[in-house]
Design a protein around this ligand. Structure first.
Ligand SMILES: [Zn+2]
Length: 219
């Protein structure tokens, strides 16, 4: 008698489900849980540090964490839909579009934020805590992005690939944050941070459009 008390695992239930794919899905979920945990901490820390220091750039960085969290949550939803191939395809397309929308939200926010910074002549304000957060993200995010890209290739998932780009952009934004602080401290270039962020806007928006079109997986 099969008196198993464990709930059936929808992913491995199917006899013909490839074990390598099952392992990739598990690893993908781990990466997304790391994303949620990291960005919750990063978001709260950056928002608090940014509001205390009155730094638009740091608050923007914290808001980006919220977008990364939503992208991670979308991917967890996508990775749960593995058992049924038809449902998987449907969820994959929807997840990729939703991550695309989250990129457009990010692009709109960064554009608004940097134009506001330029108009208000807002010099990036230093916050040691903020610098610490940005350095941590600069080191961790490229590693996380690379691990996600590997899983995206294994699963042929454009949604996962798009989510890996969210982690990349987090690293770019932290580099801009640090570069802006440095240039302001050394050369008094208060505008370096908003101008660099503005340059990123079309790149971020392109990711969003690719996501909405369902392009950009794994070649
Ligand atoms: Zn981030």
């Amino acid at each position: 008698m099969a008196a198993s008390s464990q709930p059936p695992n929808p992913i491995t239930q199917s006899a013909d489900y490839p074990p390598a794919r099952s392992a990739a899905v598990r690893r993908g979920r781990q990466l997304e849980y790391i994303t949620l945990a990291w960005n919750s901490a990063e978001g709260v820390a950056a928002l608090v540090a940014g509001l205390l220091a009155g730094s638009i750039a740091l608050v923007g960085f914290g808001l980006d964490s919220i977008i990364e969290i939503s992208s991670g949550a979308i991917l967890l939803w996508r990775l749960r839909a593995e058992a049924d191939p038809q449902r998987r395809e449907r969820v994959e397309r929807r997840a990729q579009r939703l991550v695309g929308l989250s990129f457009l939200a990010l692009a709109a926010y960064v554009a608004f934020d940097s134009i506001k910074g330029l108009m208000l002549h807002d010099a990036p304000r230093e916050s040691l805590f903020g610098i610490g957060i940005a350095v941590a993200a600069l080191i961790a995010m490229p590693l996380l992005a690379r691990a996600k890209r590997q899983i995206a290739r294994q699963l042929k998932s454009g949604a996962m690939r798009a989510d890996s780009r969210q982690s990349d952009f987090c690293a770019y934004l932290s580099a801009i944050l640090l570069g802006g602080l440095l240039l302001n401290a050394l050369l008094g270039w208060w505008w370096a941070d908003p101008v660099a962020a503005l340059v990123m806007v079309p790149l971020i928006a392109r990711e969003g459009v690719e996501g909405l079109r369902g392009e950009g997986c794994c070649d």
